[in-house]
Design a protein around this ligand. Sequence first.
Ligand code: BG6
Ligand code: MG
Length: 220
Amino acid sequence: KRRAVIFDLDGIIVDTTGLQFRAWKKVANDLGCNFSEEQNEQLKGISREDCLKQILSWGQLQLSPHNFQHWMQKKNDYYLKYVEEINASAILPGVQELINSLDRKNIPYALGSASRNAGTILRKLNLVSKFSAVVDGNDVNEGKPDPGIFLLAAQKLNCSPLSCVVFEDSIAGIKAANRAGMISIGIGKREILSEADYVFKSLQEVTESFLLTLPALKVQ
Ligand code: BG6
Ligand code: MG
């Protein structure tokens, strides 16, 4: 049977969480709003539009459509400036080992990211050719927690959602995986990712033997 793994990008494959935070903090501060690390947790995994809407609602601000687009652009300009510096050294610990063992076991893997910058970042990491499919924010209208990104990845992998395992660092991403009917593995803090089927502190803790015992990945 077909089985597959789907990786989120930001905070799973690559260490961009701090860069996203810095870019949003600059925008929030420019708009006269506060922005904390706890608030940033809520923005992880959700689309650029939804992030700005959330920041505006926390700050009880409203923007005209024109200004909304302006600040979206501004955030992306800041972010892309930070992303310019990224190279393979930003690949998170455990990623290489995990994809090596998936390669050894012939288990295909896809990227399922809400970011419209996913392609740019994957190229900087020299990882594009490793993925059997890439689905990102350019391919869908709805970001996570909508399951669309992961369902499209499963479709491209030609794999039933029930035979997919998702790695996610965000609350919204875990919800998306669960709604897609996939096994969700949270990487981060258990208190934050409480809806995940499994939680590990880092990808480094995810062993090949653990993965192969998951019913979704078992060869039947
Ligand atoms: C997700 C990030 O991967 O992509 C979110 O976790 C981000 O924080 C979202 O808002 C959209 O990213 P981008 O690069 O299209 O603004
Ligand atoms: Mg993420």
